[in-house]
Design a binder for this molecule. Structure first.
Ligand SMILES: Cc1ncc(COP(=O)(O)O)c(C=O)c1O
Length: 375
């Protein structure tokens, strides 16, 4: 498309020619407070005046990391008390896999059909889609797939399994939420087999499902929680979070079991903390469910087969990939920015900033219906 965005404010993208687009994507679930949020900008600028990068992990203390860690652990369950910062979702998953292998002494990693966890060797190796993996084989050995929401395949989790990695709401599969019963059984099986349960909340994290974290919808707590995307408040940041007991296994034999130069960059941690504080204070997360209902009420059309997903992770399904692509292109022409999914070509992605107003939703939905009619 080569659409060049000149400025972004709130939920509006403005291109070089001054044309405005309602942003229904948030840079793929990143800009949860929209663009240019004053409190986040102020926090970045304040830190910018102090320092950008000095040196991390031990020798020097970077206070933005500490402040974020203490705020974050104050809202997480007790056993998610130790944070390792990285730069992206892919790295968070990679760190989680290494941690699970090191802690359990096992190497088998189980993931789900249609899972997307990132594009590096580690995350790609556990991706649930052959088409995207095949050209890069051989990959990291030891991966087994189970069916997402398939209770029968849970028994594949065994005494050789180091970890099961799951997205509570599958992202690239087309915003498919996990069944509560399935996740509960998976948690039980992991406990029985001594395997760690890893939740990939890279897309769901920081409010997208109507809770700060998606696992709160399930009453299931993972052993390792992975965050990125919206966690960084618009800047690159990722993390894998666990108990101190589990995390400590990266500190010995070898010492420095995981290393990153920029992980937990002070500007990113400042943006993340400011975002978290706003989300805890304001009512944006509480309004997600009601605004989801408004999208569902307004997006009714013969050509819309169904709307999958939860909260601000919605997938609007059409009858074919061809029609979906045409409608997405028409939406962009009409001033609504939407996108597609890697593993679900018939569906249009809606992941708007959490701050989107009811009027903006009404305007966007009107333009989507107009675009469908014009295709
Ligand atoms: C669920 C999930 N996990 C991990 C990743 C990888 O994150 P990143 O692109 O920051 O490496 C993504 C990216 O889309 C994702 O959606």
């Amino acid at each position: 498309m080569a659409l060049e965005i000149d400025k972004a404010r709130g939920c509006i993208l403005i291109d070089k020619k001054g044309k405005r687009y309602v942003d229904l994507i948030s840079g793929i679930a990143v800009s949860n407070l929209g663009h240019n949020y004053p409190a986040v900008n102020r926090a970045i600028q304040k830190q910018l005046k102090k320092y950008t990068h000095v040196m991390v992990y031990g020798e020097l203390v970077e206070s933005p990391q500490v402040l974020l860690a203490s705020k974050l652990t104050s809202v997480l369950p007790e056993k998610l008390e130790s944070i390792y910062y990285v730069n992206s979702g892919n790295e968070a998953i990679d760190g989680a896999i290494k941690l699970a292998k090191r802690y359990t002494g096992r190497y088998e990693i189980i993931s789900c059909t249609n899972a997307y966890h990132g594009s590096g060797q580690g995350a790609l190796s556990i991706m649930g889609d052959e088409y995207f993996k095949n050209a890069f084989r051989p990959l990291v050995p030891g991966n087994k797939l189970i069916g997402f929401n398939d209770q029968a395949s849970i028994e594949k989790v065994g005494c050789r399994t180091a970890a099961v990695v799951v997205e509570p709401v599958q992202g690239e599969g087309g915003y498919i939420p996990a069944d509560k019963e399935w996740l509960t059984l998976l948690r039980k099986r992991c406990n029985e087999m001594g395997a760690l349960l890893v939740f990939d909340e890279v897309q769901t994290g920081y409010g997208r499902t109507g809770k700060l974290f998606a696992f709160e919808n399930y009453d299931v707590v993972p052993d390792i929680l992975c965050l990125a995307k919206g966690f960084g408040g618009g800047l690159p940041l990722g993390a894998f979070i666990s108990s101190k007991k589990i995390m400590d296994s990266l500190t010995n034999n070898p010492v420095l079991g995981h290393i990153t130069t920029f992980g937990g960059h002070p500007l990113s941690c400042s943006a993340s903390l400011a975002t978290l504080k706003v989300l805890l204070k304001e009512s944006y997360i509480d309004e997600v469910k009601e605004k989801e209902a408004l999208f569902r009420k307004l997006l009714v059309h013969d050509r819309i087969k169904k709307i999958n997903g939860v909260g601000f992770m919605l997938a609007v399904e059409f009858e074919s990939e061809e029609l979906n692509r045409k409608i997405i292109a028409e939406c962009i022409k009409n001033g609504v920015f939407t996108d597609w999914f890697l593993f679900n070509a018939k569906s249009m992605r809606l992941s708007p900033p959490l701050v989107i107003t009811r009027d903006e939703i009404k305007r966007a939905c009107k333009l989507i219906i107009k675009s469908i009619n014009e295709c």
